[in-house]
Design a protein around this ligand. Sequence first.
Ligand code: ATP
Ligand code: MG
Length: 311
Amino acid sequence: MSVSPQLFETVLTYPDPGMQARYAALCGLDEVQSHLRKEAETLLRPDLLEKWSQEHHGAQLPAIELLRRRPPLIVFAGDVGTGKTELALTFADPLAREMDLDIELYNLSLRARGSGAVGEMTRLISNAFAELRSHCPKRPERGRKPSGAAVLLIDEADALAQSRELVQMHHEDRAGVNALIRGIDDLANANLACLVIMCTNRLSALDPAVRRRAAAVFEFKRPALPLRKKLLTEQLAGAHLTEKDLTALAEILGEAKGRDYGFTFSDITQRLIPAIVLAAYPREKITGRLALSVAATMSPTPPFKAESGGS
Ligand SMILES: Nc1ncnc2c1ncn2[C@@H]1O[C@H](COP(=O)(O)OP(=O)(O)OP(=O)(O)O)[C@@H](O)[C@H]1O
Ligand SMILES: [Mg+2]
């Protein structure tokens, strides 16, 4: 199927075994994952809610109609390197398997933000939503399942959906936010089997009208001590580090004197653990002492400043 490369970076299809493995490798997000699954499943397949209502209450509760009419928007908000993009790219896999549907994910291109020329952002966003609507299957009227579903991923949505209240916001950006809001409303009205996922570092900078439309907002945080230990234990399994070493290692990755934040997931998986392995390779083995000495030389990525305004 052809889509405009100017609008979408990639179109991914699910189920996909690679994404299945990446989804399974996410750690500490169980609550988000199970809640997200429910939200997504009922937004894409209201027929399952109808069935539930019938089975458990012997009637169609009016509430089902409220759920059906929600704008299909889900927001992932939180600090850098905490799994927002990773979950957004992989969650459609279990969903597709469980709902027995093919799902396509359209990854909105950063280029869709336009060059700032008058009307360009608005035009690109409107076109992206129009293209999504043309590809996305309808949700069938009652009691039946759709023939497929689509997800629109708007990653790093800050620039696109930042609050129109910000004084310094350029006129063109405001028009872009309006186009985004209209796009989301149109999707809801068109009754399509479709979801929009927006990822942002700054929930507070999201336009209130965008935020209000979200069926759910999930907050992502840096891993606390038990989770840091679990990550290390899993990734260094077989290296025979002692409990004591693993605890000490997990502890020094936390908050410390002079800094009120610890390591992010990506600090641990993409920087620390590879550095520990390379410190031992090729002649030594990994020891607790070696791991601790590597960790002592590293510092965590500073948090995204929530108060840094709109620039
Ligand atoms: N919960 C997690 N469990 C395991 N690994 C994780 C988790 N979260 C993040 N990672 C690792 O960190 C990498 C970066 O995560 P991701 O790109 O999802 O961060 P992000 O929240 O989108 O950050 P940013 O706000 O900077 O875009 C992932 O590819 C993965 O290797
Ligand atoms: Mg990201």
